[in-house]
Ligand binder design. Sequence first.
Ligand code: PMP
Length: 407
Amino acid sequence: VAEFDVQRYRADFPALQRQVHGKPLVYFDNANTAQKPLGVIEAVDGYYRRHNANVSRAVHTLGSEATALYEATRDKLRAFINAPSRDEVIFTRGTTESINLVAYSWALPRLQPGDEILLTQMEHHANIVPWQLVCERTGAKIKVAPISASGELLLDQLDALLTPHVKLLALTHVSNVLGTVNPIARITAMARARGIPVLVDGSQAAPHLRIDVQALGCDFYAITGHKMFGPTGTGMLWAKRAILDSMPPFMGGGEMIKQVTFDKTIFNELPYKFEAGTPNIAGVIGLGAAIDYINALGIETIRAVENDLLGYATEQLNTIPGMRIFGTAPGKAAVISFLIEGVHAHDLATILDTDGVAVRSGHHCAHPLMQFFGVAATARASLAFYNTRDEIDIFITALLRARNMLL
Ligand code: PMP
């Protein structure tokens, strides 16, 4: 990606300009949360400075400005995921809330003893624990689709698990640990052939891939704003209108009603039925700015730049003695989990930090995946388009220094 002027884009991210322990920050923890461009920071700031008012309730000028800005993000999200209608785009605090919304409003009333929720070995706890909670209440069970040593779903085995007992298949689009990009369209076709709805956790896909929920053929799609350069506490659930219409509200309160008496409440129409209370207005407006940023840069450019970085980082890592990389699926996203033989991931991350290099160490909210690989933790370098080959060189030098200190 020769013509990509990364310095021009890095200038948009104030946090990337800072130093850590006297060294330039090398931020390789993007799968955890991404840094924010000025456009996002200014959108949040501008809302509080100029437009601060509650949404949908007030007829005064600030109220209508705030509402217009807030609702504009819904249109941007609709286009971003190619949803058929803005009414199907529900604002949430993030993927965790989106999945809980589906678990409690859609699954809980439907599940019975003997029913199954099919997950995969590579799910984040956010796509495991809500299902366990509703299974405990209903007597339904969780089944798990297996993966290969390279970190890819075994599609034949997944297909065999799609029995009539399965009421929902819930899986991640991109693994936050392995970087694996799951073939969602193929998988939804398999599930659809059996009449099984599919929920996709798009947390790690949204910052890296073009998302088209209609082409993917899923029934639910969840994303979180902070990993796609937007503010924390923002996100979205998309679901097909017929499904959303069939679901009771998740939370009750203001905004989600048409009429309330003490006997009965008539719920508001979509999407407001699922949006009780005063939302994270500034955050949602900031998320709109994040989508503008991604669109201006182009998701294809992002993918190409990250692919180049992934190839270079993988090649360099593999020169380090004792290196083990978890997740080697072709076409994977720029997430690299690894261990150096004899070195604890936390020690590694701690020493890297003294060189200004931020990587995550731990279980990455994916205990079952760690168990599959037989490790307690890994170190994880997750890249964004604003990272550079020079930063990868600094990272590799820091790793070699840490390895020498620790072995
Ligand atoms: N799913 C995946 C795959 C993730 O990586 C994350 C965040 N680490 C989540 C779900 C949860 O997202 P949030 O904490 O923003 O709700």
